[in-house]
Write a protein of this length. Sequence first.
Length: 197
Amino acid sequence: MNGIARWHKAPLALSAVLLASCATTTAPPRAQLDEARAIAARVPANLLTVLSTELQSKGPSGAIEVCQVKAPEMARNASAQTGWQIRRASLRNRNPKGVPDAWERATLEEFDAKQAAGADAATLERAEVVNDGGMQWVRYAKALPTQPLCVQCHGPVDQLGPGVQAKLAALYPDDRGTGYAPGQIRGGLFLKRPVQR
Ligand code: HEC
């Protein structure tokens, strides 16, 4: 009896292990997922506060510096404070540094597809453990939908203020970050950190 029971158990246990190792995605540890979510909620909200203030006091062409200097600076500060690598990227990037890597690109394409299928862009996220360079990383992404105020600098080129057009053309000769309407996904906020089990 015992022999039979053991015989039946072993292949079951083995197939469970095989299935787990064959799975294409692994969920990050809960604590790290919670942390990534909290940071991804805070960073864009802080940027939005600074951006709104600057737009009111200086107008869109004056506020371009906020996005050019402040946004990367805020991401760098948040990285230094939290230990996560934090950055923004877009399928149609303005800054050449905003080109997505393969995981980011696949994520942004998935976000667009989900939105087209009816999902609310503001809730879109992806979290995964990914092997890279012999290490395991937690990768987290949150969609950044275009809000009405964003189109002052990311809307159709012919609808941008003349000062904004001139400044963007001078700063970003290869700008692809225009032509967006409110609601469309402008890009993503991406976080990355070694897995801590
Ligand atoms: C005052 C003009 C301005 C406004 C308003 C603005 N942006 Fe930007 N945005 C920029 C500039 C300039 C850059 C390039 C920043 C850089 O050089 O790193 C940029 C870059 C980005 C990027 C990084 C990827 C890329 O294309 O280089 C994202 C994502 C982004 N903006 C999203 C938004 C969203 C979402 C809003 C509204 C909440 C917004 N922006 C509002 C000017 C603006």
